[in-house]
Design a protein around this ligand. Structure first.
Ligand SMILES: [Ca+2]
Ligand SMILES: [Ca+2]
Ligand SMILES: [Ca+2]
Length: 396
């Protein structure tokens, strides 16, 4: 067992530890297992509690929408016995860490998620508010200018992320939920607030209100529901993320949009099941392609490699429509959207620049919250790496 996995148990006391010690996306989560149950009238809650008692474990989550099952914290010795003795359990697999794609970009020397500490790019791309009304400090980010803004159709933007700033005056936040159970370095379970900044930034691009502050989103003022599944470092077990998706599946309506600016560096069957269940329910699922510079299909980047009705994977372009150096690509990618030097909201007020496919995906989420499904095109991505250049999605 590697040092960094053992270190995971040390938790909050290592908040300031070097980044190299943090869990990596794709690593197994110690003593955390996701179990699936046979189809039929089997209660996930009853079975989870029974299993926890039997194996001296603790129930972390139950799932009823994306599949029937539960997540347990239990030793790996006990888990084998549990499966053998309980015919209602079809199998258990160890959870893996998933997280923000941006962490990978930073590690590879791509632009840092915070834009290298640059100052907010006031008017740097999109200029001021069209019409230039005096006294407004609202900026139209270049990406929003490129994609356009339109009247939201009333559906909800479910931002499954690091949380969304709970009292940001530039957002119409209609609810917040939290599903973190892991004692990771980022820790901070039991708060719904955004302790990273990523989710607030994503929400701003989708739906920042058209007023005199901050930025304006593609679907200004659209209702945002925050589903906090990633800690302050942007990492979490996929079992926690799946709990967030199960919650969305139970509460979303057809036509709502789920923005998933997170990735597992390898296949996550539980995330795959989650996005598919949402899509089957008529919810649009918008997924960041990821920032590792790899092909999502040959690299098995989950959930980005999932395809089908209502599933959208988004790559990142710069102002010249060139594929961003960090952006993943591949046949499963559906649209390219602005994702380099993107200005949006920061927790506690103000604005900041970030780079990544995480910033590209919310542009498409905003489009879907205006159109209810149709996406226009403003040219195609340049310097595409897979021979199938996707459209730059804009409001029709
Ligand atoms: Ca605004
Ligand atoms: Ca696709
Ligand atoms: Ca392509």
């Amino acid at each position: 067992m590697s040092t960094r996995i053992c270190a995971a148990f040390l938790g909050a006391s290592f908040l300031m530890a070097p980044a190299a010690l943090a869990q990596s996306v794709g690593d197994p989560v110690p003593d955390t297992f996701i179990c699936t149950l046979v189809n039929g009238p089997v209660s996930a809650t009853y079975e989870a509690n029974r299993a926890a008692n039997e194996a001296d474990g603790r129930v972390l989550h139950t799932y009823s929408r994306i599949f029937n099952g539960f997540a347990l914290r239990v030793s790996d010795k006990a888990i084998d016995t549990l499966v053998e003795r309980n015919p209602t359990i079809t199998g258990c697999s160890q959870a893996v860490y998933v997280g923000l794609p941006d962490a990978g970009a930073a590690a590879r020397g791509a632009p840092k998620p915070d834009g290298g500490g640059g100052k907010p790019d006031k008017g740097g791309g999109g200029g001021g508010k069209p019409g230039g009304s005096g006294g407004s400090d609202q900026t139209v980010p270049w990406g929003v200018a490129r994609v356009g803004t339109g009247t939201p159709n009333g559906n909800v933007a479910w931002v499954v992320d690091t949380g969304v700033d709970v009292d940001n005056p530039d957002l119409n936040l209609v609810g917040s939920a939290e599903f973190l159970t892991a004692e990771t370095f980022g820790g901070n379970a039991n708060s719904v607030d955004d302790l990273n900044g990523h989710g607030t930034h994503v929400a701003g691009t989708i739906a920042a209100i058209d007023n005199t502050i901050g930025v304006v989103g593609v679907a200004p003022g659209a209702p945002v529901y925050s589903v906090r599944v990633l800690d302050s470092l942007g990492v979490a077990p996929d079992s926690d993320v799946a709990a967030g998706l199960d919650f969305v599946a139970a509460n979303a309506s057809a036509g709502d949009v789920v923005n998933l600016s997170l990735t597992a560096d390898q296949g996550s069957t539980i995330l795959d099941a989650g996005v598919q269940a949402l899509a089957d329910g008529g919810v649009f699922v918008v997924m960041a392609a990821g920032n590792s510079g790899v092909n999502v299909d040959t690299g098995s980047v989950s959930p980005a490699y999932n395809n089908g009705p209502n599933l959208f994977t988004v790559s990142s372009i710069d102002k010249r429509s060139n594929l961003a150096s960090f952006s993943n690509y591949g046949a499963s990618v559906d649209y390219a959207e602005p994702g380099v030097r993107i200005l949006s909201l920061a927790p506690g007020g103000g604005t900041t620049n970030k780079d990544g496919t995480s910033m590209a995906a919310p542009h498409l989420s905003g489009i879907l919250l205006v159109t209810g499904g149709s996406v226009g095109a403003d040219g195609q991505v340049k310097r595409d790496k897979d021979g199938t250049a996707e459209d730059v999605g804009v409001l029709p």
